[in-house]
Structures are given as C-alpha cells and as structure tokens.
Design a protein around this ligand. Structure first.
Ligand code: ADP
Ligand code: TZD
Length: 586
C-alpha cells in the first residue's frame, strides 16, 4: 500500500521544498511509452504490482497471466508478429525463473522480447544473506538471453531501456533480460531531468546492406544451377519483406519450400510451392538458396539422406545463404555464397542484379517437381478423405483445413507431436506470419501464451490446435483467455495421452504407462468453469461446425475433439531421434 502511494502520487507539484519530483515507477512507464510500447504481459507481486497498476493507469495495456512462462511466450510472439520487442514483467526469483524458459525460447527462435523482472536488494543478494526471493538474476539470465542489463539508478532508466530495445531488435533479434531492483523503482529525481533522461530509440533495427561482390557471387551460383531450390525460414517471415521475396520467387521461377513458420509468406497453394514434394526437392536440388533459415536439426544439418547424400556426409550441393548473422555461415556445411545483411536489402539487391534477362528455372526441373507434388497430393488424399470412427489426425485436420480456408486472417497456433506434424502439412496458410508453432526447439507449452499474444496484438481470431499433452503445459491460461474475452478457439486433439493413449504398464501394476492420461477426459468442461464455450465433438462434421462457431462468435471456445487413441506414432515424426529406436536401427 505504501508503494502504491508512491506510484500513485505521480509527479508531485513544485513546492517550497524544491522542484517537482518523479519516481522510478513513472520513469519506467515513460521509457516504454517513449518507444511506442503499449502492452505489457505479466504476473504481479512484490515489487512490480504497482508498476503494473501504474502502467494501466497511464493507458498501457497490462495482460495478467496465471504463470510467467506464458506471459513471456505471449511477449515473444508479439515481438515476432510486430517487429517491436514484446514486454514481459515478472516478480523476482521464482517469477523470473518461470519467465526465463520463455526468454530462452525467444532467443533461440530469434524473436525480440524483453523480460523485465523485479529483483531484491543487491547488498543482500551479493552477500547471500537470504533476502525475500533472493537470486542473482542478472547472471542467471546471461546464457539464455541475447543481452542482459541491470539499471541501478533512476537517471539510467532511459538508457537502460534504449540498450534493451536495441539489443532485442538489431541484427539477429532475440530475448533480452532487464533487471529492475525494487529500490530503483522507489528512487526519485526531478521531473524535468527525468523527462530529459528518456531515450526514443532511433532506427532500432538498422538495415544491413549486403556487399555488391557478395550479391554478384550469389547470383553467379544461382545462374550456374540446373535444379535450384529456395528455402524460406521464419527469419524471412519476421523480416516483413513479403513483396520482395514473392518477386524473387516468381521472377526466377524457382521452386520454394517454406519452413513451418514461413508458411503463408506466399500462399501455400502457390504453384511454385514444393511443400508436397519436400523429400524430393531436398534430395534432388543442386543449389539451395536459404533465406532466414538455419541448417539446424530441422533441416538435418544439410547432411545425409535427406539431402541425397551418404549418412552424415555433406550433400554435393551448392548453398547460397541470406542471413543477418555472419556467424551463421558454414555452421553445418560450407556456404558457397554467403549473403550477409537484412533479408529485405539482400533480396532487393538480388532482384536488382538479376535485371530483366534472368533465365527462369529449367522447365524440366520445374515439371519434375510439379509431377512429384501431384503424385504425393493424390496419395495423401485417400487418407485425408477417409472417415474412420473414431476420428484420426487426418480426418480431423481435413475438417479444420476446410474451415481455415474460409478464414485466411485467422492465426493458427500449433503444438503437439503428431498434432504438430500433421497439421503443418495438411493445413495451408494463405498469409504471412499467421502460423505460430513449437519452433526451433520443438517445445511444448507455447500454446496458450502464443494464442493470447497473437490475439491481443492483432485483435484477430486465433485457432490453437493442441495435442492433449501439449495443451496441459499452458492449459490454466484458458482463464486468462476468458478474463479478457479473447477470440481464441482452442481445439484439443484428445487421444488419451502423450503421443498416443494405448501404452500399458508391463508389470501389470496399478500405475498407468508413462505416456497415458485419464481416459475420456473432458477438457471442454475446463473452459466452462470460467464462462467460456466448451464443445465435445467426435466427428469431423461436428468439429468443423464447432470451429466455425468459435471463430464467428469471437468468444473463448474450447473444443474437446476425440481422436482414436491408436492413431499417430510415438514422438510424431521424430521417432528416429528416440535412443531406443535409434539403437534398434543401427
Ligand atoms: P526456421 O526454423 O524457420 O528454419 P530459423 O529460426 O532457423 O528459421 O532461422 C531464422 C534465421 O533468420 C536466423 O538465422 C536469423 O539470424 C535470421 N534472421 C532473422 N531476422 C532476419 C532479418 N531481418 N534479416 C536477415 N536474417 C534474419
Ligand atoms: N517437454 C517440453 C517442454 N517440450 C517437449 N517437446 C517435451 C516435453 C517432449 N514432448 C514432445 O516432444 S511432444 C510431447 C512431449 C511431451 C507431447 C506429445 O503429445 P500430444 O501430441 O498429446 O501433445 P500428439 O499429437 O497426441 O502426438
């Protein structure tokens, strides 16, 4: 209450005692406002409750969560969608640690965000004397963040925020930790000096123009190619260079493959999309242009059978790579033509250098890709159009696909194992930055945080397609969704367990197998507890109708979709990474 009065007393008017003063709480809020930041995702407690109250009083939006991980995930995805750093606010020690998981995830995924945590007294922390929620947060955050800062004096708040914003946005974006000791928030300084101490960051993500010789080299490599392929990653989606990327693809005639969060950069129905011939193009291409995609595990490190090479061997391919991080070059395989710069500038430079007489991709290659694609789509259609009872992943996703086609503006959040793998290939995206998923780490738990972040940031409807296990990581946030009446429809693919629900305990003991959940759980009843709309569906038609209704209503909806517990595979498409199955193979 005492702190509330400090925070609430704004700038005191000038008195005989001296100039008008302000405090750390106000300067923090002003530092955010000066940089057009209008939303904070967080969870309150000492010492930041008053900061949250003041933010709201000053016209910022404060979205309160039930767990800090989801608040910070919301901030991270807001950063991805808007190119402004998403802001997460937590209390010290445990709150900070809960948020740290999402900060690490943002950094790995190259999403700009700032995790702001209150912290306890430095003197006590440094002597480890056991303060309330004592923890050396700054040092703990360092390995998980792109940068970490602490502000000790009220005069430095403006500069502290400027450094945090620049670190989050410039070059390769990432997560930043900003430590605000409780004492800082209570410090005071003259109001006029405080105003002068604020920094409006100018050009926080400066363009990085590629060198002309690097552009010429890249073009030479592409010109020498018979079977070129363009690979779009989520960096390409983040860069918001949509038109230039579409122009490059369409003028060159080169088939392209979007990574999952790059889907929709061009509509997935685009004739040059090679998604349905993924294995074929990765193995057969002789030259690959990577745009904002890393050759990490998601691309089999550019090696081995996926790339048409012997196990663990580099493929005999030439690589051109566009990335803002020079150190990304040669990370897994040699890059013949590194093009270092921001994606917009690099793609525009390539387009300019191509001129009007750039020969389009060889028709025999383009036709071979198209043929393969047609064959695979035909093969897939049998399983998509079947109507088994209970539903399996295919029939349920066919129903969702058909609904989503009518709603190109709806965001799609997606996590799970089979639920993720199948939804990625079955549901087409029509617009950029609409598909938000488990990302670089294949992490579970992003679901409700990303859904809330996307809904709050865009005001648009969101459909979250969740494995029943995946949903459990952030499920309590359905209360948050109901509290703010967000237009989020969550679909739970309920197959009674992690991956599948059919495992048994080999000892015959009373404990269920490690992957099994309560059978026939009714997740729809959870949302009903908070006033949302719960639906229980068992057929594709019921599922389609429930999603339509959810999207159209604009109200929080949760659909418990019963999926055959025998459907799917252990670990989805990552079965080969399980030590057991790996051992069996070799
Ligand atoms: P995906 O998982 O979709 O393959 P990654 O997250 O592995 O994508 O790769 C994204 C890459 O994009 C990162 O290497 C990052 O440095 C790069 N990147 C992000 N934003 C930009 C940008 N504006 N310009 C250039 N490169 C960028
Ligand atoms: N914990 C975290 C934070 N991330 C993870 N990826 C995992 C655990 C391991 N894991 C996966 O990789 S997928 C998954 C787990 C627990 C859940 C799969 O079950 P599901 O999906 O019900 O969500 P499907 O669609 O039924 O396979």
């Amino acid at each position: 209450m005492e702190q509330n009065q400090v925070a609430g007393s704004a700038a005191q008017s000038e008195t005989a005692a001296g100039p008008a003063l302000t405090d750390g709480f106000h300067v923090v809020i002003e530092a955010l406002k000066a940089n057009d930041i209008d939303t904070i995702f967080g969870l309150v407690g000492i010492p930041i409750t008053d900061l949250a109250r003041l933010a709201q009083a000053q016209g910022l939006r404060f979205i309160g969560f039930r767990h800090e991980q989801h608040a910070a995930n919301a901030a991270a995805i807001a950063g991805f969608i808007t190119q402004k750093p998403g802001i997460a606010l937590t209390v010290s020690a445990p709150g900070f640690l809960n948020g740290l998981v999402a900060l690490a995830n943002a950094t790995v995924n190259c999403f700009p965000m700032i995790l702001i945590s209150g912290s306890s007294e430095r003197e006590i922390v440094d002597l480890q004397q056991g303060d309330y929620e004592e923890m050396d947060q700054l040092n703990i955050a360092k390995p998980f963040a792109k940068a970490s800062f602490r502000v000790n004096h009220i005069e430095d708040i403006g500069i502290g925020f400027a450094r945090a914003i620049r670190a989050a946005l410039s070059g390769r974006p990432g997560g930043v930790y900003l430590d605000l000791p409780a004492k800082l928030l209570a410090q005071t300084m003259p109001l006029e000096a405080a105003k002068r101490s604020l920094v409006k960051v100018v050009d926080p993500a400066p363009r990085q123009i590629p060198a002309p010789d690097a552009v010429a080299r890249a073009l030479d490599v592409l010109k020498g190619s018979k079977r070129p392929l363009i690979l779009l990653g989520k960096g390409a989606a983040y860069a918001q260079a949509d038109e230039a990327i579409a122009a490059l693809i369409e003028r060159s005639g080169i088939p392209y493959l979007p990574m999952s969060m790059a889907k929709g950069l061009l509509p997935d129905t685009h004739p040059q999309s090679a998604s349905a011939a993924r294995s074929f193009v990765l193995a057969q291409a002789d030259t690959v242009l990577l745009i904002g995609a890393r050759l990490n595990w998601l691309l089999s490190h550019g090696k081995g059978a996926t790339w048409g090479a012997e196990e663990k061997q580099w493929a005999s391919k030439r690589f051109v790579q566009i990335d803002i991080a020079a150190t990304e070059m040669d990370s897994n395989v040699p890059i013949d033509a590194p093009l270092v710069g921001d994606i917009g500038s690099c793609v525009e430079a390539l387009l300019a250098a191509m001129g009007g007489d750039f020969a389009r991709a060889d028709p025999s290659w383009v036709n071979a890709v198209a043929e393969k694609k047609a064959k695979n789509i035909e093969k897939m259609s049998a399983s998509l159009n079947a109507n088994p009872s209970p539903m399996n992943f295919h029939s349920a996703l066919r129903a969702i696909r058909d609904v989503m086609r009518e709603h190109p503006d709806v965001y799609l959040v997606n996590e799970g194992a089979n639920t993720l793998d199948y939804a990625r290939s079955i549901i087409d995206m029509a617009k950029p930055r609409k598909r938000l998923d488990s990302g670089t780490r294949g992490v579970m738990g992003i679901g409700m945080g990303y859904a809330i972040g996307a809904a709050v940031t865009s005001g648009k409807p969101v459909v979250a397609i969740e494995g029943d296990s995946a949903f459990g990581f952030s499920g309590m946030e359905v209360e948050t969704i109901c509290r703010y009446n967000l237009p989020i429809t969550t679909v739970i693919f309920n197959n009674n367990g992690v991956y599948r629900g059919t495992d048994t305990n080999p000892t015959g003991g009373s404990d269920v197998a490690p992957t099994v959940f309560v059978k026939g759980a009714r997740y729809d009843k959870m949302i009903a507890a908070f006033g949302g709309i719960g639906k229980h569906v068992t057929t594709p038609d019921e599922l389609a109708a429930a999603i339509q209704e959810g999207i159209r209503s604009g109200h929080p909806t949760l659909i418990n979709a019963v999926i055959d517990e025998r459907a799917g595979t252990e670990s989805g498409r990552l079965t080969n990474l399980n030590p057991q199955s790996g051992a069996k193979k070799s």
